[in-house]
Structure formats: structure tokens, C-alpha cells
Design a protein around this ligand. Structure first.
Ligand code: ACO
Length: 334
């Protein structure tokens, strides 16, 4: 069996920065409330009228990752694309990337696991590499949230949190079984699907309904029971981290870098305190990007790597929790 390691990383966010101050001009909110509850100061939102989408941002991030891996697009054997905000109901963004980057007729798979999307995508790619089926897999997380948010006071509990952006990595085969992905764990609990959901459009709420929909039909906007999600997030994050540590027979001190999904700075700080991790063991960037869902971990990992915070042989722990509920972890040796 082979191992898989990350051989290239890249990220892309749209130029347009939206500050908390900007939001307070269009809804009843404040910089103070947003920072105190979430740690977010600004996010990037695709400008209205732009042609950017989850697929186009993903393609930009992917080009950087492939180049940094020292590969050519023809070396990529498979594409995995994680998003909750695809350009189309179908087909998925994976095939769009293939066309945008003019790649061969390789397979492309879309993953719909929201905030855990990147962890699910990495774990899926790892299985294909372990079995020897593929050598280089392009793994992308990308979200275009801003066009789907309720940007009025009614939607403020959700819309202030989310940002647009994309991250990508190339997962490559290595014969060094001490390096790369050492473990991954995936979980879900569908009974809480309705606690964080966008109900429409769906096969249930199909075309005639969309055409006749009244303005007060909120099923097109994300709904979140924030407090309930928060309480479950801190429990599940802790469990999945314990699981990764115990399977790999290591302790919190052995983690060189922990990158949690950037859902809320308060959740990350709670986990940091619980596992007694020092500041230099944790990387957060939600302050500048908001919650970019499937893109958040790979954007943070790329940024940390660019800053020299991820070094050869480092133990890196990635963990996520989100809608579904779904949660999971990936532990790697760099
Ligand atoms: N500005 C000002 N006031 C606001 C805002 C806002 N943007 N949003 C809500 N409020 C008000 C509410 O109306 C409420 O007012 P009331 O007390 O008069 O009724 C008050 O602030 C408190 O609201 P809560 O929703 O209880 O606030 P809470 O402290 O729970 O913070 C938050 C909300 C930040 C959303 C938090 O619950 C959270 O981060 N939850 C977890 C998010 C998460 O982890 N999501 C998972 C990943 S996302 C994914 O998978 C797609």
C-alpha cells in the first residue's frame, strides 16, 4: 500500500473585501457584535456582476496547487471537488474544472459535505492513492456563499459569518509510509440535518414552485440554529481530535500545527484551551476570510504553509464540523 502526501497547495479569494462596518450599513448589526461572537473582521465576497463562481475560483486555486506540486495538468489522474455552493444543480463543479483547465478525460467527483467537505475529500483521495488506483489527485474546496445569503436584518445570524473563496491541493503517491496522511476519520449524524440547511432549490421544491414562490419563502436561504450547532461543534471537534490522537498514539504536545475548520473563532479557542495547545500550535484566519466552508481548511493550510509554519516532518491535524451534521479529521506528517 502507498501513502498520499500533499505535494502542492494554492488558494484564491475574490478581491472584494466586505468589512463588518460595510455590513452594518445594510443590516442591523455591528462590528462589535460580529467580532465578539465570531472573531470575524472581514470576508471576501464576489462582486455583483462578476463572472466568478465556485468553479472559476476553484480553477484558479487548482492552477497554483498543480504548479507548486511541480506537475503538469496532464499528470492529474482524478479530481475531487467539495462545495455546498455549486454553479449548477448538476453537473458538479468537478467536471467544470476539468474543462476550464483543459484536462484529460479523467474522473471527477463532487463532494457535498459542507464544512467537513475538504476533510471528506482528502480522505476519499487518500483511499484511491492507498489502493494504487491513482498517483496524483486534485482536491478542491470552493464556496460562492455571498449570492445565496439573506443580507437583510432577518438573515444576519447567518450572513455575517460566511465568506467566498477557494483552496486546492494536489495529493500525490509516496512510497514513504511514515509521511503524508497517517489517518482520517469521518462521521455524520443525519438526525440534525435540519439544524443547518438550505432547503431549496431541491427536487421537493421544483420549478413550478420556484416560479410561483412568494418573497417570504425562506427555504432558499441558509437556516442555522446557531447555538445548537455551536454546542454540537465543540463536542464533536473534541471527540474527533481524541480519536485521531489515540489511533496514532500521540498526545496534544506532538501536534505541530492544528488547523480547525474556520467556523467561529470561539469554537477554535475552546478546542485550543481544552487540549492545552499553545498559540503557535494552532492556525486561525477566520478574522480575514469568515467561514468559507469546504474551502476554509485548505485556505488556512495554504496560508500557514506560505508563512513557513508547516515544515518537513511536522505533524499536522485538520478537523472539521458542520451541516449534516458531519465531522471528521485528517492527521498528516508533512
Ligand atoms: N448582529 C447583531 N445581532 C445579531 C446578529 C448580528 N449579525 N445575529 C444575531 N443577532 C442577535 C440575535 O437576534 C439574538 O438577539 P435576541 O437575544 O434579542 O434574540 C442575539 O443576537 C443572540 O443570537 P444567537 O443566535 O443566540 O447568538 P450566538 O451567541 O449563538 O451566536 C453564532 C451566533 C455566531 C452564529 C454562533 O451560534 C455560532 O457560531 N454557531 C456555530 C456556527 C457553526 O459552527 N457552524 C458550522 C459550520 S457552517 C456549515 O457547516 C455550513
Amino acid at each position: 500500500m502507498y501513502n498520499s502526501k500533499i505535494s502542492g497547495l494554492g488558494f484564491y479569494v475574490p478581491d472584494n473585501v466586505v468589512t463588518n462596518e460595510d455590513l452594518s450599513k445594510i443590516m442591523d448589526t455591528s462590528d462589535e457584535w460580529i467580532q465578539e461572537r465570531t472573531g470575524i473582521k472581514q470576508r471576501h465576497w464576489i462582486k455583483e456582476g462578476s463572472n466568478e463562481t465556485s468553479a472559476t475560483m476553484g480553477a484558479r486555486a487548482a492552477e497554483i496547487a498543480i504548479e507548486r506540486a511541480g506537475l503538469d495538468k496532464d499528470d492529474i489522474d482524478f479530481i475531487i471537488f467539495a462545495t455546498l455552493s455549486p454553479d449548477f444543480y448538476f453537473p458538479g463543479c468537478g467536471v467544470q474544472i476539468q474543462e476550464m483547465l483543459e484536462m484529460r478525460t479523467i474522473g471527477a467527483l463532487d463532494i457535498r459535505n459542507q464544512c467537513s467537505g475538504f476533510v471528506y475529500a482528502l480522505s476519499t483521495g487518500d483511499q484511491f492513492i492507498k489502493t494504487g488506483m491513482y498517483k496524483n489527485i486534485l482536491v478542491i474546496g470552493s464556496e460562492y456563499h455571498s449570492n445565496g445569503l439573506d443580507k437583510t436584518t432577518r438573515g444576519r445570524g447567518v450572513s455575517v459569518i460566511f465568506g467566498d473563496g477557494a483552496g486546492a491541493c494536489v495529493l500525490s503517491r509516496t512510497e514513504d509510509n511514515q509521511k503524508g496522511i497517517l489517518s482520517s476519520h469521518l462521521h455524520s449524524e443525519g438526525k440534525y440535518a435540519d439544524k443547518l440547511i438550505v432547503e431549496s432549490p431541491s427536487i421537493k421544491h421544483w420549478v413550478p414552485e420556484i416560479l410561483n414562490s412568494k418573497e417570504e419563502d425562506l427555504s432558499y436561504f441558509p437556516y442555522m440554529d446557531g447555538t445548537f450547532v455551536f454546542k454540537n461543534a465543540v463536542v464533536r471537534f473534541s471527540e474527533v481530535i481524541m480519536e485521531a490522537l489515540s489511533v496514532n498514539k500521540i498526545g496534544p504536545d506532538d501536534i505541530d500545527l492544528f488547523i480547525p475548520h474556520q467556523a467561529n473563532l470561539r469554537i477554535s479557542q475552546f478546542i485550543q484551551q481544552k487540549f492545552k495547545l499553545r498559540d503557535d500550535q494552532v492556525y486561525n484566519n477566520i478574522t480575514n476570510y469568515g467561514n468559507t466552508t469546504a474551502a476554509s481548511i485548505v485556505i488556512a493550510l495554504t496560508e500557514a504553509w506560505e508563512k513557513g509554519k508547516v515544515k518537513e516532518d511536522d505533524i499536522v491535524l485538520l478537523a472539521a464540523f458542520g451541516s449534516g451534521f458531519t465531522w471528521g479529521s485528517v492527521l498528516l506528517r508533512w
